[in-house]
Design a protein around this ligand. Structure first.
Ligand code: GDP
Length: 525
């Protein structure tokens, strides 16, 4: 590829994540998008139907349908001259760490909201990460085929609860049984609600924003009401402002019903028009790497082992930030300074994996890994060193002691732990005094999945003894005196050998600080 081809290729990429509280309709909308992309032929094929909350059993279910879960973590398709890449994010809060890292690899986000529920806790958390990154956020208010909250109320909530300006690109005409369609300000038309099998049907609007000619809808009171609401929104609402969208200060809002595939295409078309192409990426020194930069660079945001049970493989997911990837190229792994040849690579289509020969900024590639990569690693070609900024890290709050049930099976126990810890599934610590293994996590479900995967993938049954909540605080090794360890705290070391205390509670942390006023404790490394 010459420079111009590279620029054109980058310009086509739209890499994003869909964020939502569980059950808002993320899976359903993803399926519809894949249908438009021609990568699945019927809805309901991406993931097994879920019941209520994600639980361990869902993981097992996913496990059974491995082929599906693999491909659903990165989905890529071509649509309307664009290369669309969707990164899946687990909805359950116990896996938020995984989600946060994934959000570092996208250029924009789509926030799906259930019209009956409005903004829910997990939506808010994920939104804040996107906001912190300053990426554009588009909102899809879902389930209009059911009764939900008033649209004015929902858009006001976006502004009040999330602190982002909202610009309604369209507006629902009724809802639930009385759902007539959407008044599409942006395309100056009304899109009439229809059953799933019927084709699209539009009414044109005149220069006053009213239906051209005669139509029964004009006689309905809901139509008048919508015209009034639109006037209200025009008067009091935000102006459409592309610059603000780009900075994540204003979210374009779309209404629809993912289940009946209504309003999804309208959303996708507008989204692709305004969503950004791959952005420049920040390095640790605070410089930026431009996507059209000649040299290749990227970072590992996720590692997953055993995605394919037939080949016990391990894949490092790389977000390309600049240049062109060519299979077989040599890159430098920044952390070690070593050269690595990238010959075994894959890209993700919704229903298969394919060997990837070339890829550019915005693309996600999978590298079959034999243990070279860690989450957060930067790789680059050329002489100029690149190190992208750190991925967010979370301090675990829950801890368990862990050991192999069968003492004769230490080898598979260690192998499994090492793999799963490298994936970032859980954090590993070791007691200073006894050398015992301790796992840390943000949510309980992480332990359960760990236990399940150890048994299933590594044939290692583990025994876990809960230690409850702890406060983890690191201490500089030169300040450490092992006598500081007492019954109120546990001295452990992390995977890199850094010492930290696990305090019972705030009281014991304060007690420690009073006793050792010169010692500095930190909540993160
Ligand atoms: P996720 O947890 O966010 O991935 O949510 P799902 O896509 O699995 O949807 C959760 C539930 O809501 C499922 O039972 C869907 O069939 C249902 N659902 C999704 N979108 C709609 C919609 O537009 N209308 C209605 N009535 N139900 C929907």
């Amino acid at each position: 590829m010459d420079q111009k081809q590279l620029e054109q290729a980058v310009e086509k990429r739209r890499t994003f994540a869909i964020i939502s509280h569980p059950d808002a309709g993320k899976t359903t909308i993803t399926e519809q998008l894949l249908l438009f992309g021609g990568v699945v032929r019927s809805a309901g094929t991406v993931k097994a139907k879920k019941t209520g909350n994600f639980a361990k059993s869902d993981w097992m279910e996913i496990e059974k349908k491995r082929g599906i879960s693999v491909t659903s973590s990165v989905m890529q398709f071509d649509y309307d001259d664009k290369r669309v890449v969707i990164l899946d994010t687990p909805g359950h809060e116990d896996f938020s760490e995984d989600t946060y890292r994934t959000l570092m690899a996208v250029d924009s986000a789509v926030m799906v909201i259930d019209s009956a529920k409005g903004i829910e806790p997990q939506t808010k958390k994920l939104f804040q990460i996107c906001k912190m990154r300053g990426i554009p956020i588009f909102t899809f208010i879902n389930k209009l085929d059911r009764d939900g909250r008033e649209p004015l109320d929902l858009t006001a909530e976006l502004e009040e609860v999330l602190g982002i300006e909202a610009y309604a690109m369209n507006w629902p005409i009724g809802m639930g049984k009385g759902f007539k369609g959407i008044y599409d300000r942006f395309n100056n038309r009304i899109e009439l609600y229809r059953s799933e099998n019927e084709g699209e049907s539009f009414l044109e609007l005149d220069e006053n924003g009213e239906i051209k000619g005669n139509h029964p809808l004009k006689q309905e009171s809901i139509y008048r009401q919508v015209l009034e609401e639109i006037e209200l929104v025009k008067g009091a609402g935000s102006e459409f402002d592309e610059e603000k969208i780009e900075k994540g200060e204003l979210t374009p809002v779309f209404f629809g019903s993912a289940l009946t595939n209504f309003g999804v295409k309208t959303f996708l078309d507008a989204y692709l028009q305004f969503a950004p192409a791959p952005a420049k990426h920040r390095t640790e020194e605070g410089n930026f790497v431009e996507p059209e930069d000649e040299e290749f660079s990227g970072f590992v945001f996720k590692i997953q082992a055993n995605m394919n049970p037939n080949h016990r493989d391990r894949i490092a997911f790389v977000r390309i930030c600049s240049g062109e990837f060519d299979r077989g190229m040599d890159v430098t792994l920044q952390r070690t300074g070593k050269k690595i040849r990238l010959s075994n690579s894959t890209q993700f289509m919704a229903d298969s994996r394919e060997v990837v020969e070339t890829a550019v900024a915005g693309d996600i590639i999978g590298l079959y890994d034999t243990g070279n990569f860690q989450i957060g690693d930067t790789i680059y070609s050329g002489k100029k060193k690149v190190k992208f900024e750190k991925l967010p890290q979370f301090t675990p709050e829950l801890f368990v002691h862990v050991r192999a049930k069968n003492v004769m099976k230490q080898k598979s126990f260690h192998k499994g732990i090492e793999q799963l810890v490298q994936e970032g599934a859980v954090q590993l610590y070791q007691s200073y005094s006894t050398g015992d293994y301790i796992l840390g996590a943000v949510g309980q479900l992480q332990f359960e999945v760990f236990q399940f995967r150890m048994a299933n993938e590594y044939n290692s049954e583990v025994v876990m003894e809960p230690m409850g909540k702890k406060i983890a605080r690191w201490i500089a090794p030169e300040q450490l005196d092992e006598k500081m360890s007492s019954s109120r705290n546990l001295l452990v070391k992390d995977r890199q050998g850094n010492p930290l205390f696990l305090f019972e509670n705030e009281f014991s942390e304060r007690w420690f600080k009073d006793k050792y006023p010169d010692v500095e404790l930190t909540s993160k490394l």
